[in-house]
Ligand binder design. Structure first.
Ligand SMILES: Cc1cc2nc3c(=O)[nH]c(=O)nc-3n(C[C@H](O)[C@H](O)[C@H](O)COP(=O)(O)O)c2cc1C
Length: 182
């Protein structure tokens, strides 16, 4: 059977959430299913998981600094956007979601979100009080109106010990959603 992501290029955006370690499993699972995975990180994400971890898992350079490019043209965001079949931001913090809602572009993830022609899927992960804040809810509605696909968080025990919505969606659900978008 042909793997569902055979010959597909997935750009995986990782932001500064405690759920960043789950992006390691996601990257591995996408690769197992035939995809090539390129990870892009915000500066904050590097406090949670190091670029070298993702580089070792994906066998691809990890992009995290808009002023340093891996590509001959010096324009990682253009090159990545051209080759991507899907841009998946998982986990997505409240901060990054706010930037997407307002079209800000001050790191590679927010720049790429504006550059991409492929589907862009956003997987929020945050504390339940943050998740229910009116500003976050408004920003999530706004990004959906702008065409981003939201993969909703589920209920669960959060890293802080609280129980409620905001827990990153199950990996199986993220992968199934990705399959439907690619
Ligand atoms: C230990 C710790 C865990 C955090 N987890 C989250 C989280 O799960 N979701 C979130 O929205 N923010 C979380 N934050 C706050 C973000 O790291 C912070 O808003 C940061 O500016 C996000 O930047 P970025 O979106 O550019 O990666 C956490 C902060 C700390 C110190």
């Amino acid at each position: 059977m042909t793997p569902p992501f055979k010959d597909k290029n997935i750009v995986l955006g990782v932001t500064g959430s405690i759920a960043a370690y789950k992006a390691c499993d996601l990257a591995r699972e996408f690769m197992r299913k035939g995809a090539s995975v390129t990870v892009v990180m915000t500066p904050e994400a590097k406090h949670f998981v190091t670029p070298i971890t993702f580089q070792a898992l994906t066998h691809n350079p990890v992009h995290h600094d808009p002023s340093f490019s891996h590509t001959p043209s010096g324009m990682d965001h253009i090159e990545l956007a051209k080759k991507a079949d899907l841009f998946l931001i998982a986990p997505a913090t409240a901060h990054t979601i706010a930037k997407l809602a307002h079209g800000l572009a001050d790191d590679l993830i927010s720049i790429l979100a504006l550059t991409m022609r492929s589907a862009v899927a956003v997987v929020p992960a945050m504390n339940t009080n943050m998740y229910h804040h009116a500003a976050v809810q408004a920003n999530m509605k706004k990004i959906q109106d702008l065409g981003y696909k939201l993969i909703h968080p589920d209920q669960g025990e959060l890293a802080c010990g609280d129980i409620g919505e905001g827990h990153i969606a199950d990996l199986d659900i993220i992968i199934k959603s990705a399959e439907s978008l690619i």
